[in-house]
Design a protein around this ligand. Structure first.
Ligand code: ADP
Ligand code: MG
Ligand code: ZN
Length: 607
């Protein structure tokens, strides 16, 4: 480089003393960076001699500026970070302050709405609600004759019967703003939040009156106050109190109708139910046969059904089904249809779907023949008694196809429409049911002997115990007399019934109840054995047939039984248990038989 400088090839030099380099710029445009000693006198001299301009970089100043820029950058980053943090915490604070605000969903305009015609099978409830809508649309008609607009309408009914659906239908039809909220959305960690949400909800609603507020599953906040062990739930109680005042406080909240739904009306606070608050209570019950048919029709609208399918038929085969169950049934059938690559839902698909829903998924068929034979005897025992015992239901089918969950097979009946609709179950019917349910165990006893019976009847025994107990303690069907010894539904509402869950009878009565229950069950088993033992040949024959066919239709099973009975006329008729302890005295005249059909709440069949 020194040579190049002396030879005049270099245009300029720039020395950076701290970095100990010199940047050389040649006349031909090249650049070169050359390391040098720190006190390079020779370079200075050579440059001076060759008259090449040499500049020295003022690195200290540069350093200073660089430092300044760096510091400024750091401060900026810090500030930015701080700002971000502040913003975040402000948002959180905002949220905390906004806790009290409710977020009711206002029914969107023009979205897919539910119409009254989508709700079927619950005619009365629908009519009542339609009247509420009229109230809102033309209040003058009512106010002119001094009628007050109802403040609250409570929809009560078992799950899946269409309460939420009905509310959505109102939203679609009412033509007024519709706020909806689930009651659980009021409940928060902090006391007072729910109450202020209620206030806020009503404030928003009053601004838009006339309108409807819908609170789903209101039992989440409307529970009895003061219930619960160790004091009540403060938050929930405050929320409820606020709700009570909003509904019927000093303020006149004209034009706001509160619609609420629950399936636990029994746990609601009494103050909520008094006139002036929920002054209308609409019961949405499980649909009857016609209702089920209508609901099926509603859900079949969007699905292609084969022309052979009779909805009326399926409605009569699905007693106790709610709207949600029926909708699920058709959906399962549609899924099966798609899986089978068919274009329309046929009877087979609906039948399989029904079985899946009621009995569980199918499992692989049994291989083990000894086990299969035992199950066959068990099921034939049930089925045979269904055909033989007076007052029993009609046999639908017997099958050996196992289901997931350990069910080896089943004998199914078609429930009696009369009983389901009227809700009246006679003592004879229950006795018949006891005998039928014990038929499985009885068949095992008759065929395999008392040491070979299996635990397969455990489920049956549970049903038997329940029926027997209810007969004795609730329906007055025993010699303990016409006394209700237990209330309906043994489950306690924690807190309210906890302290009172002690039985209401003496220990002596308790012992007698147990004895009655046992004697009922034993006599039913005796009756079942007495009916099956002389029919061993028939059982063998039916078991062979069941093992080969795996499923026997109820009608053809009944025909076999009838033919065999006609061929063996000498057999004693099958009788219901007549233990002395059971309801003393038998009715002698037809009229007495009628009178003995004591009214009992329905539902035992479905539980
Ligand atoms: P819940 O009474 O428990 O609020 P839902 O109203 O949510 O029951 O019903 C669930 C579903 O069941 C509905 O979306 C609908 O598809 C079906 N469903 C229930 N009841 C009816 C009915 N009466 N008519 C038509 N569909 C029904
Ligand atoms: Mg609901
Ligand atoms: Zn059984």
């Amino acid at each position: 480089m020194l040579q190049d400088v002396s030879n005049g090839k270099v245009r300029s030099l720039e020395l950076s003393p701290r970095q100990r380099v010199v940047d050389v710029q040649f006349k031909d445009g090249r650049n070169l960076r050359v390391p040098v000693f720190s006190e390079n006198q020779q370079l200075l001299r050579t440059a001076e001699q060759a008259q090449v301009p040499l500049t020295v970089r003022d690195e200290q100043r540069e350093d200073a500026t660089a430092g300044l820029v760096g510091n400024a950058l750091l401060v900026l980053i810090l500030l930015l970070g701080l700002g971000l943090l502040l913003r975040r915490s402000a948002q959180v604070a905002n949220k905390a302050m906004g806790f009290g605000r409710s977020q009711p969903r206002l029914q969107p305009e023009g979205g897919p709405t539910v119409r009254f015609e989508d709700v079927a099978g619950i005619g009365e409830a629908k009519e009542e609600l339609q009247e509420v809508v009229t109230f809102l649309r033309s209040p003058e008609r009512f106010t002119s004759v001094g009628a007050k607009i109802p403040k609250g309408v409570l929809l009560v009914g078992p799950p899946g019967t269409g309460k939420t659906l009905l509310a959505r239908a109102i939203a679609g039809e009412a033509g007024v703003p519709f706020f909806s909220m689930a009651a659980s959305e009021f409940v928060e960690l902090f006391v007072g939040v729910g109450a202020s949400r209620v206030r806020d909800l009503f404030r928003k609603a009053k601004a838009k009156a006339p309108c409807i507020i819908f609170i789903d599953e209101i039992d989440a906040v409307g529970r009895q106050r003061g219930a619960g062990i160790g004091g009540g739930n403060d938050e929930r109680e405050q929320t409820l109190n606020q709700l009570l005042t909003e509904m019927d406080g000093f303020e006149e909240n004209s034009g706001v109708i509160l619609l609420a739904a629950t399936n636990r009306p029994d746990v609601l606070d009494a103050a909520l139910m008094r006139p002036g608050r929920f002054d209308r209570r609409i019961t949405v019950d499980l649909p009857d046969r016609r209702g089920r048919e209508d609901i099926l029709a509603v859900h079949a609208r969007s699905r292609p059904l084969a022309s052979t399918v009779s909805l009326a038929d399926w409605a009569s085969r699905t007693p106790g089904f709610s709207g949600a169950d029926l909708s699920n049934l058709l959906n399962e059938a549609a899924i099966l249809t798609a899986r089978r690559q068919q274009s329309a839902i046929d009877d087979a698909a609906i039948g399989d779907a029904l079985e899946r829903i009621t009995m569980g998924l199918t499992a692989a068929p049994l291989q083990d023949s000894a086990k299969k034979r035992l199950i066959a005897y068990h099921e034939v025992g049930h089925a045979l008694l269904i055909c033989l015992v007076p007052h029993a239901d009609r046999l639908d089918k017997v099958t050996l196809l196992p289901r997931a969950g350990g069910v080896g097979g089943f004998a199914r009946t078609v429930p009696d429409e009369d009983i389901l609709d009227s809700g009246l179950i006679s003592r004879a019917y229950l006795l018949a049911r006891l005998v039928v349910v014990l038929g499985g165990r009885a068949a095992e006893l008759v065929v395999f002997g008392s040491s070979e019976v299996t635990q397969g009847a455990a489920g049956d025994l549970q049903i038997v115990s329940r029926i027997c107990r209810e007969m004795v303690t609730r329906y007055g069907f025993s010699s303990l007399g016409p006394v209700a010894l237990e209330g309906e539904g043994a489950e306690v509402f924690l807190g309210r019934d906890w302290i009172r869950s002690e039985p209401h009878y003496s220990r002596d009565t308790g012992n007698r109840i147990d004895a009655q229950v046992r004697s009922l069950a034993t006599s039913a088993l005796d009756a079942a054995v007495a009916a099956l033992a002389p029919r061993r040949d028939l059982m063998d024959h039916l078991v062979e047939r069941l093992i080969v066919e795996e499923t026997i239709d109820g009608d053809s099973f009944r025909v076999s039984v009838q033919q065999w009975e006609e061929a063996h006329p000498g057999l004693p008729p099958v009788q219901l248990p007549r233990a002395s302890s059971v309801l003393a005295g038998q009715p002698t005249r037809e009229a007495d038989v009628e009178a003995a059909q004591v009214g009992v709440q329905a539902g035992i069949l479905n539980r």
